[in-house]
Design a protein around this ligand. Structure first.
Ligand SMILES: N[C@@H](CCC(=O)N[C@@H](CS)C(=O)NCC(=O)O)C(=O)O
Length: 209
């Protein structure tokens, strides 16, 4: 069975919700706070040298990291295009663009604020944290404008994709729910569309209460 190294509410939720959506069986291994707990770091480090979640181990022992790569792989494993538009479909280009934007531009900004000592001397202080959050907000606004242009109800428009699953989890992270609801209503609406799916209800509750 697939093993997912996870922490409730962390990036592993993006993967867990998709596993649940596809009905792929999985086993959860809770990692603990890798920012603070050396035992948790050592244990996850044996599987993933980056010491990050999501980390997923396939039945054949292959280790998968990177939430975007995992999302593409899950569609293959499920033999489904429900969340990943098929090659040459009209949504494919935009799907690639915004999936990679999410993981290349927005997701790394969480490490900038969660582990500032990796990037700046003395943790950077309050102004560094504020700058990171402000920059992240500006990136979310770019995505919101795109979602608005596409007309909803999902991020890409008429059809749900794995991008909506990222949003369903990431709107719970800083700058948190109230900001997203007020400032990026189109992203909020896309997230809501995932929360109401019966297939993901249990996994969503486990991660976000
Ligand atoms: N590029 C990775 C980023 C994963 C990531 O940043 N995960 C965070 C938790 S949400 C983490 O494990 N951070 C711990 C660290 O970087 O030390 C992905 O897309 O999966």
């Amino acid at each position: 069975m697939i093993r997912l190294y996870e922490n409730p509410g962390w990036g592993s939720a993006i993967v867990e919700l998709q596993l649940a959506f596809y009905g792929i069986p999985y086993e959860l291994i809770t990692v603990g706070n890798v920012h603070q707990d050396p035992t948790a770091r050592a244990a996850l480090g044996k599987v993933n040298p980056l010491i990050q979640v999501p980390t997923m181990v396939l039945e054949n022992g292959e280790v998968m990291t990177e939430s975007a790569a995992i999302s593409l792989l899950l569609a293959d494993l499920a033999r489904s295009d429900a969340l990943v538009p098929k090659a040459r479909s009209k949504e494919r280009a935009a799907f690639f663009r915004w999936l990679i934007f999410l993981v290349a531009s927005i997701y790394p900004s969480f490490v900038y604020s969660d582990a500032p000592e990796r990037f700046v001397k003395g943790n950077g202080g309050e102004s560094y944290q504020l700058n990171v959050i402000e920059h992240r907000k500006s990136l979310w606004k770019v995505m919101d404008a795109e979602a608005q242009r596409r007309g909803g109800p999902f991020f890409l428009g008429a059809r749900m994709t794995a991008i909506d699953f990222f949003l369903a989890c990431m709107v719970h992270w800083r700058p948190r729910e109230e900001w997203f609801k007020a400032e990026t209503p189109n992203l909020w609406r896309s997230a809501e569309a995932v929360w109401v799916l019966p297939q993901v209800a249990d996994a969503y509750k486990r991660n976000f209460g």
